[in-house]
Design a protein around this ligand. Structure first.
Ligand SMILES: Cc1cc2nc3c(=O)[nH]c(=O)nc-3n(C[C@H](O)[C@H](O)[C@H](O)COP(=O)(O)OP(=O)(O)OC[C@H]3O[C@@H](n4cnc5c(N)ncnc54)[C@H](O)[C@@H]3O)c2cc1C
Length: 366
């Protein structure tokens, strides 16, 4: 029988998130195994406490009031590599650091995750919003997600095709939000294949550094060039979490780029004096419009601050905590949403998960 991990009371949560915001958890525990997760879920149910699963806290906004239940932080570790035909299979524990996994794959010369270098957080959270960057999404490499159903403690496996992956979406964030705890993710990677250099900005940055030929040659060295370049570009935008960089005290992008239907896209263009000035990209289901462009055009410049929070000087999509509060941050987010709605008729959807903060304070414009 598994011994229940120790449960602490009134534990500050802010330091467990990259934003550094939020009050205390009424109860807090760490789970290093599936059985520990099960035991803690059962304890929460028995004690009548809601349970929140925390990974690396890089996409989480805790309320100033904290969390009135049990926060369970996953601490399972491990990556197991094996060959599967011409491909390599890696089974990674949910609590493993995401970037450690990417680094290990690049070091071994396995292609498939290299553009996702420098993203904070844990492996277990990667399928939740299908993390993506620089032209790659984790869904391209995932073959299976293993999880525990929270209510029954039953082990379940989802083939990638059953995860309903989309742009910053999956079943774990939509119809099954809060239903499962991801315990392991299985990836398939390509040994000695060329890195994915598809994204125009990545290609330009490689060219500017004189490293495009090295990056597209293939093999371990090329993967390392792409990884180093992605991290350098991210760092310049404060998109690598670094306690020494106050502008990186964020949750990364605070809003997802809206995907507009044909009708919405035409209506948006009709509001503009220069309709061709707006950048956009065709994607399945419509046109993706950069939220950063909408935000800046709606009057919120990079570097703009209000109280203890602001917009990153490097990136209009990142809201930064400069010793403020969650209330200030969510008020700023709501002000941006309202301005973009009033100016363009487009609703910006938040990307991070807001835990225990009053949704009614931050209404969706109707
Ligand atoms: C500087 C910075 C840059 C970023 N850049 C990017 C980027 O380029 N692309 C991108 O996609 N994201 C980016 N992000 C967002 C974030 O890093 C990712 O969403 C990441 O996957 C979150 O992982 P986490 O472990 O920190 O999740 P957390 O913040 O701990 O949790 C996020 C959500 O997932 C749930 N969750 C976590 N682990 C599990 C689990 N094992 N089982 C079930 N539910 C779970 C939580 O309950 C919560 O709902 C960035 C964030 C920061 C701070």
């Amino acid at each position: 029988m598994t011994v229940r991990p120790p449960i602490q009371e009134h534990v500050p949560l802010a330091a467990m998130t990259t934003l550094g915001l939020g009050g205390p958890a009424r109860c807090f525990a760490e789970a290093a195994s599936d059985d520990a997760v099960r035991v803690l879920l059962a304890y929460g149910a028995q004690a009548g406490l809601p349970v929140h699963i925390l990974g690396g806290g890089s996409n989480t906004v805790f309320a100033d009031a904290g969390y009135p239940g049990l926060v369970v932080r996953l601490t399972s570790r491990g990556m197991d590599f094996s060959t599967a035909g011409h491909r390599v299979r890696v089974v990674a524990a949910a609590g493993e650091s995401w970037d450690n996994l990417v680094a290990a794959c690049v070091d071994r010369g396995y292609a498939g995750l290299e553009c996702l270098s420098g993203i904070p957080g844990q492996v277990g959270a990667s399928p939740i919003q299908n993390v993506g960057a620089y032209g790659q999404e984790v869904a391209e490499a995932i073959v299976e997600v293993r999880a525990l159903e929270r209510r029954s403690g039953r082990r379940v496996c989802f083939a990638a095709a059953d995860c309903d992956f989309g742009y910053r979406q999956s079943r774990f964030r939509q119809q099954d939000a809060g239903r499962y705890v991801v315990t392991e993710v299985i990836f398939e990677l390509q040994p000695d294949a060329a890195p994915a250099v598809r994204y125009p900005e990545l290609r330009q940055q490689l060219e500017r550094r004189g490293r495009l030929a090295a990056a597209t040659a293939g093999g371990r060295a090329a993967l390392a060039v792409v990884r180093d370049t992605v991290i350098a570009v991210r760092r310049a935008k404060s998109m690598v979490f670094d306690p020494g960089d106050p502008d990186s005290r964020s949750a990364g992008s605070f809003f997802v780029n809206p995907v507009l239907s044909d009708g919405e896209w035409q209506r948006l263009r009709a509001t503009l004096a220069e309709p061709d000035a707006i950048p956009s990209y065709p994607v399945p289901g419509g046109r993706k419009v950069p939220a950063a462009w909408l935000i800046e055009q709606a009057g919120f410049a990079r570097g703009w601050r209000r109280g203890g929070v602001g917009i990153s000087p490097q990136h209009a999509l990142a809201l930064v905590n400069y010793h403020g509060t969650t209330t200030e941050l969510l008020d700023l987010a709501a002000a941006i949403q309202t301005a973009v709605w009033q100016r363009f008729g487009v609703h910006l959807q938040r990307e991070p998960v807001v835990v225990n903060a009053d949704e009614a304070c931050h209404p969706r414009p109707s």
